[in-house]
Design a binder for this molecule. Structure first.
Ligand SMILES: Nc1ncnc2c1ncn2[C@@H]1O[C@H](COP(=O)(O)OP(=O)(O)OP(=O)(O)O)[C@@H](O)[C@H]1O
Ligand SMILES: [Mg+2]
Length: 235
């Protein structure tokens, strides 16, 4: 479904992502883990077209890197950025609809209704402005917005970061539910959550993919232990 081959991203003269190859299969949740600064966010931003990249990214039969950034969401790619990026003055509903303004998304109203069904907590404050919401509520809205365009694949950058334990448990429950119908790439530092949720994990170290495999294999990998979990513990 999503196949990333030899992706390279430089910011200015500095290579940040180096020859990264990974895949997310149909209906699969792929966890993307790595220490702070490993390049996880940069990889997702490159997939969405926020920064230029070379290499090849196939989404089904579509050559994603060949598309301008504003057209990528229209191919069923939903993105939840690390820092939420809601428009503070817009209402919750306007924020959720935002990806459909710049790109064609079929059945917007039905999709929105479905999102409100699975996230009734968001349906309760659709007309409030984003700036009036708590951090946890904003995360929920950011997930709802990703779902608006993300009919095929969701790219989620730390959905659990900065959440209290109750909000976090709810987010995990939602991801578990969404997993059945969506391919997902889940960047997360909460190792308990990511090992429990993901079908497969990809470990990044210093802009490169160190290893991909089933959670048990990754946990048991000597290379991963050394490079990631190491003596300093998980990031
Ligand atoms: N806009 C930028 N300008 C310069 N360097 C950047 C920029 N964005 C990221 N970097 C650098 O790229 C590298 C990868 O950063 P990135 O944010 O992708 O890491 P990450 O794996 O998402 O880390 P974290 O787990 O802390 O979110 C880091 O060395 C970072 O300093
Ligand atoms: Mg990041």
């Amino acid at each position: 479904m999503l196949k990333v081959s030899n992706l390279n991203v430089s910011i200015g003269p500095i290579p940040i992502i180096r020859d990264a190859s990974l895949a997310v299969n149909e209906g699969e949740m792929c966890g993307l883990i790595g220490r702070n600064g490993a390049g996880k966010t940069t990889l997702l931003r490159a997939l969405m077209g926020a920064i230029p990249a070379t290499g090849k990214v196939d989404l089904g039969h579509i050559d994603l890197l060949a598309l301008p950034a504003h057209r990528r969401a229209g191919h069923g790619v939903g993105y939840m950025p690390e820092d939420r990026r809601l428009v503070p003055e817009f209402t919750v509903e306007e924020n959720i609809r935002l990806p459909t303004w710049s790109t064609r998304v079929d059945g917007v109203d039905q999709r929105l209704e479905w999102i409100f069904t699975i996230m009734p907590e968001v349906a309760r404050f659709t007309q409030r402005r984003a700036l009036e919401l708590s951090g946890g509520q904003q995360k929920m809205v950011a997930l709802a917005r990703a779902l608006m365009a993300g009919t095929r694949i969701l790219l989620l950058d730390e959905p659990l970061a900065g959440m209290g334990s109750e909000d976090s448990a709810r987010m995990v429950e939602l991801l578990q539910k969404l997993k059945q119908a969506h391919a997902m790439m889940l960047v997360e530092h909460d190792m308990d959550a990511v090992f429990a949720l993901a079908d497969r994990l990809t470990v990044m170290v210093d802009g490169r993919v160190l290893e991909s495999g089933a959670p048990d294999a990754i946990r048991a990998s000597a290379a991963v232990q050394e490079a990631y979990f190491g003596t300093e513990g998980a990031a």
